[in-house]
Design a protein around this ligand. Sequence first.
Ligand SMILES: Nc1nc2c(c(=O)[nH]1)N[C@H]1C(S)=C(S)[C@@H](COP(=O)(O)OP(=O)(O)OC[C@H]3O[C@@H](n4cnc5c(=O)[nH]c(N)nc54)[C@H](O)[C@@H]3O)O[C@H]1N2
Ligand SMILES: Nc1nc2c(c(=O)[nH]1)N[C@H]1C(S)=C(S)[C@@H](COP(=O)(O)OP(=O)(O)OC[C@H]3O[C@@H](n4cnc5c(=O)[nH]c(N)nc54)[C@H](O)[C@@H]3O)O[C@H]1N2
Ligand code: SF4
Ligand SMILES: [Mo]
Length: 737
Amino acid sequence: MAKLPVDPEKLVADFGPHLNYTPREGYAGRDEPDKSVPTHCCFCGMQCGIKLLVKENRVVGFEPWMEFPFNEGRLCPKGVQRYLQDNHPDRLLSPLKRAEGKGFEPVSWDAAMEQTVNAIRRIQEQYGKDAFSVLSGVSLTNEKSYLMGKFARVALKTKNLDYNGRLCMVSAGAGNKKAFGLDRGSNNYSDLKGAEVIFICGANVSETFPTLTYWLWQARDLGAKLIVADPRLIPLARTADLHLDVRPGTDSALYGAMLKYLVDNDLLDHDFINQHTTGFDATIAAVKDYTLEWAETVTGVSKEKIRQAAEWWGKAKTSFLLHARGIEHHSKGVDNVLSCINLVLATGRIGKPYCGYATITGQGNGQGGREHGHKCDQLPGNRDINNPEHRQYIAGVWGIDEKELPGQGYTAYELIEAIHRGEVKGLLSICFNPLVSLPNNNFVREALEKLEFYVAIDFFLNETARYADVVLAGSLHEEEDGTVTTAEGRVTRIRQAVTPPGNARTDTAIILELAARLGAADKFSYNSSEDIFNELRIASKGGTADYYGITYEKIEKNMGVFWPCPTLDHPGTPRLWEDRKFATPDGKAHFNPVNYRPPGEVTDEDYPVVLTTGRVVSQYLSGTQTRRIGKLVDQFPEPLLEIHPELAARYGIRQREKVKVVTRRGEAEFPANIVATIRKDTVFIPYHWPGRKSANQLTPGTLDPVSKIPEFKVCACRLEPSGQISQPGTETAFDSI
Ligand SMILES: Nc1nc2c(c(=O)[nH]1)N[C@H]1C(S)=C(S)[C@@H](COP(=O)(O)OP(=O)(O)OC[C@H]3O[C@@H](n4cnc5c(=O)[nH]c(N)nc54)[C@H](O)[C@@H]3O)O[C@H]1N2
Ligand SMILES: Nc1nc2c(c(=O)[nH]1)N[C@H]1C(S)=C(S)[C@@H](COP(=O)(O)OP(=O)(O)OC[C@H]3O[C@@H](n4cnc5c(=O)[nH]c(N)nc54)[C@H](O)[C@@H]3O)O[C@H]1N2
Ligand code: SF4
Ligand SMILES: [Mo]
C-alpha cells in the first residue's frame, strides 16, 4: 500500500495553517496577510470558491469563502493545497530557448518573441498557413479561450487549432447538442437535493469532484436512492443502494436494456414524449432485442440488478442522472451519452424541480472553454465553423472578410497524425501537456520530434514543453483577471491576486504581443480582461451559449450568472427547459437510436484482460501541478495497478509485486495493488504520471467517429508478473523522459 494519507495535525504543526511551504529568505510568512482575495480553485470543474491570502505580492495561504453558494467554504485536498504551487522553485521565471547540447537557457522576451514569429512566418511561407497549428487548454479563463480562437484564426490564419477538452468533454457536448441543441448540464446541483433517484454513470465523484458529494449526501438524507454504474466499487458505490458493476465499454447495452424494460412495463411519460420529443419509435425499435438476459451477458451486470435499476428509475417521480468520463472516454462515447439521455427523456424528468440531467464537466473551465471557439470546428457562442451564417456573424465581430476565416481543422489526436505525415510542421501549445495526456504517447513523442518549430506557453516546464524550441513563461490562474464557467453553467469571476513573478508574463500579454508581431495589432487591442469579455459577449450573442447579458458587475452582484443570459435585464438560467422549448431547430428534445457495438479493442488470447484508466483524488490530470505539491505526492506517490484478488491469484501476483502490463502499443511496469473493489476481468491504472510511468504508453488512438474523443477507458492487455516486490514510494516518475 502507498503511505497513509497525510496527518492533518502534523501538517499544521509543520507548516502552520496558512503558511507557504517554501518561504523565501527574509519573508515574513507568519505575519498577517496584506489581503484576502475571493476567487476560485484552479483545478476541477466544480470551481469551488476560495479566498487566497496575499502578502507582498505572494500567495501565502487561503481561507474558506463561506458565501460562495456551491461549496460554501468546503474544499477537497487539491483545493486546500493548491496554493503550495505558487512559489515552487520550478516556476518558470523567464522565457527559455533550446540551446543545442545544453538544454534550455533563459533569453529576453524580445529574443524569444522574435525567434517565435520568424519561425511561424518561415513555416507558413514555405508550407502554407495551416502548416502551423495551435493546441489550447481549458484551465484557461473564458477570456483566454476566446482569445486563443481568435488568435489562431485572425493572427495566424490557420485552421489547425484544437484543445484539450477534446480528451474530455466532447462526447458529452456532441450528445447534448444532438438531443437538446445545446451543450450544458440541464440543472444546477441544488436540484439534486430532493431527487428520489440519483443515477451516477462512470463518475468517481468522491475522488474527482469531492465537493459535489455534499449535495449527494443531502439528497440521501432526504431519502434518495443512489445507483452507481462503474466497473469499480468506487467510494460512492460503497454507500449506494445499487452498484452496477459494468464491464468497461458496454454501457450502452446496459442503458438500452433499461429503456426496453421501461417500454415493456409502461414506465413512460407519454405526454412528454408525444408533445416535446421526436425519434421515440426509432429509438425503442433499436432496443427491442435488448433483453435483461442479453444485457447480463454483454455487460456482466446481473439481470436482477439491471431490472432493479430500471424499476427504480421508471417508478420515481423525480430523478437526476449524472455521468462523466467513465462512459464518455470511448469510441462510442457519444452513443453512451445518448443512451443515458434516452432514459431521461422516456420518463420526461427534465426541466422541473429535482428532475435533472448533466454531464459533470471535468476541467476548471471545461464548460466555458468549450463554448468560445478554440475547438477546431467551433466559433464563439458555440457556433458552427461550417455554418455560413455563423461565419458571417463572427467575421463581422472580428472585422474581417468571411472568406478570410479558416475552415474546420484537425482534432487534437488527428493533429498529431498530421504532424507524423509531415503535413503540419509547427506548433504553439498553451495549457496542454499532450505527451502525457494523449493516448499512445510513444506515437506522440515521435510527432514532437518531427516538428520544425514548437513553442509552449506554461508556468512549469511540462513534459511536452521539454521538446520545445522556445518556452514562454506564462501565468497561473491567480495572476490574471477573468471569468470561468463552472460545471453547473454558472459564470463566475477569477480575480487577480498577484502579478506574475520574475520575468514571467500573463498569458494574455504574451498572446497579444505575438498577435501584434504577426501584424494583427489592430484586431487585438484590449486594455483589460474585461475588454476581452465584452467582445466575447457580443461574439456569443445569438449563439446557443449566449453570454450577452452577463457583465463583470452582474457577476459580482449575484455571485455568478448562469448562461444562457441573452439580455442585460435577464436573470440567467439555472434550470434549463422549464418552458419545454428545446434549442433544436424544431424546438423538441430528440431521442436518438443507439445500436450497441463493442469497444474498439476487445480481449483475446494474447491480450485477455481489460485495462481501464482514470484518476485518484490527490493528483490532477497530467500531474504537472500536483506532482509538485509534496503533500499530495505523499498521499499517492506513484501509479499502482488495481487488480482483483482472484485475477491476481490466477497470475500468482502478490501485493506490490511489479507487473508488466503489455498492450498492442507498448508496455509499462506498475506495482500491484490488490483490491476487492474492481471487476475480476479488469485492471485500472491512474494516468497522472509521465514517461515510463505513463498509462498512455498503453492506451489506443481509437477515436469516437463523431466526437473524436480517444478511447481511454478500455483496451485489451496482458499481465506479466516480474517476481520483484516494489517498496512504497520508489516508483516515482522523475527518472522518466
Ligand atoms: N482528483 C482529480 N479530480 C479531477 C481530475 C483529476 O485529474 N484528479 N480531473 C478533472 C477532469 S479534467 C475530469 S475529466 C474529471 C473526470 O472525472 P471522472 O470521470 O469521475 O474520472 P475518471 O477516473 O476518469 O473515470 C471515472 C470512472 O469511470 C470508471 N469507468 C471506467 N470504464 C468505464 C466504463 O466503461 N463504464 C463506466 N460506467 N465506468 C467506467 C472508472 O472505474 C472510474 O471510476 O475529473 C476532474 N476532477
Ligand atoms: N489514460 C488517460 N489519459 C487521459 C485521461 C484519462 O482518463 N486516461 N483523461 C483525459 C482528460 S479528461 C483530460 S482533461 C486530459 C488533460 O490533459 P492536459 O490538458 O494535457 O493536462 P494538464 O495537466 O491540465 O496540462 C495542462 C498544462 O497546462 C498548464 N496550465 C494550467 N493552467 C494554466 C494557465 O492558466 N496558463 C498556462 N499557460 N498554462 C496552464 C499546466 O502547468 C500543465 O502543464 O487528459 C486526458 N488523458
Ligand atoms: S472539488 Fe475541484 S474545484 Fe473544488 S477544491 Fe477540489 S479540485 Fe478544487
Ligand atoms: Mo477532463
